[in-house]
Design a protein around this ligand. Structure first.
Ligand code: B16
Ligand code: MG
Length: 219
């Protein structure tokens, strides 16, 4: 018997909304205050990576060594700035194509989940006014291992009571696609095909995605 599509698991930042720009601004403010060089290219490496791991990447450019306590404090400061910025998030920041796709999934009774490294995932979904589309939100507080470990996606599958083979993941990060594959799921890349080389299929953005196209992965 053929495997059916039963659930769609969405990464948040880069697929549903572009929160990366706010993460960048907050990290940039922190790096500047410490006199550490940080730019948008380095910021690319922070996508999909946990808060502390993001700080460690920034500190690679620092000449001094920071204690664990100092690092903890720095992530708190950054997060406070970030939370202030995303307080203004509005429904019109949902990326183009997302709502149409979510409506088609709802129509056909396919379950939906958010699978994000962010501890602010539920807050962001609420701000964007799209909470009712999702059966569960798995965020940074629900996992111990970040992508490319499949934990975030496996937790979602378990909560939705579906098997990994019945899931398709939407991701904008190479490590996220890797995590989906390791978890035994189909993986759709959203973004640059030259970067997302490990995906089953890549679309430039969510406006190119339709349920018909996704179902082809299960034929
Ligand atoms: P927070 P995703 C990730 O979201 C971001 O891409 C990444 O840059 C961020 O460091 C991480 O969430 C943790 O976020 O500091 O809010 O807990 O792409 O997994 O949805
Ligand atoms: Mg992402």
């Amino acid at each position: 018997m053929k495997t059916q599509l039963k659930a769609v698991l969405f990464d948040l930042d880069g697929v549903i909304v572009d929160t990366a720009k706010y993460h960048y601004l907050a990290w940039k403010k922190l790096a500047d205050s410490e006199g550490i060089y940080f730019d948008e290219k380095i910021n690319e490496r922070l996508k999909g990576v946990s808060r502390m791991a993001s700080l460690e990447i920034i500190l690679e450019r620092s000449s001094r060594v920071y204690s664990e306590e100092e690092k903890q404090k720095m992530t708190e400061i950054k997060n406070n700035w970030y939370r202030e910025m995303i307080e203004q998030l509005k429904p019109d920041e949902v990326l183009p194509g997302v709502i149409d796709f979510l409506n088609s999934l709802k129509k056909y009774g396919i379950k939906c989940a958010i699978c994000s490294a962010s501890k602010s995932a539920a807050y962001i979904i609420d701000k964007l006014g799209i909470k009712d589309y999702f059966d569960t939100i798995v965020g940074g507080q629900d996992i111990t291992k970040s992508k490319p470990d499949p934990e975030v996606f496996l937790v979602a599958a378990e909560r939705l009571n579906v098997s990994p083979a019945e899931c398709v993941v939407f991701e904008d990060a190479y490590a996220g696609i890797e995590a989906a594959k390791r978890g035994g799921m189909k993986a759709v890349g959203v973004g640059n095909p030259d970067i997302l080389t490990n995906a089953d299929v890549v679309y430039k953005d969510m406006t190119e995605v339709t349920l018909e196209k996704v179902l082809k992965l299960f034929q």
